[in-house]
Design a protein around this ligand. Structure first.
Ligand code: SF4
Length: 81
């Protein structure tokens, strides 16, 4: 059963899926702060912000990257993504 408190992008999100294999503690921290903290949590996630606008987010973007969503989107467009 899907937990309504979770971000709806968890199934396809590489961060949630554990792409940061070398750092399980960081993955768990991200999940707690962003993915499993309801609307407030996911709204702070840069990956979520970008995906809402672009439909996708590059896999190398962290939820708390210093880049703004606009900056990430500009880079995506520059790379033809
Ligand atoms: S990292 Fe962001 S986009 Fe990915 S599941 Fe968590 S809140 Fe959603």
């Amino acid at each position: 059963m899907v937990d309504s408190n979770n971000c709806e992008k968890t199934e396809k999100c590489p961060i949630y899926s554990g792409i940061l294999q070398s750092n399980e503690i960081l993955t768990q921290t991200y999940k707690k702060l962003f993915c499993e903290s309801g609307s407030e949590g996911k709204s702070k996630c840069k990956r979520y912000q970008v995906a809402r606008i672009m439909g996708v987010c590059p896999p190398n973007i962290l939820p708390n990257t210093h880049l703004t969503a606009d900056e990430i989107i500009e880079k995506m467009k520059a790379q033809g993504l």
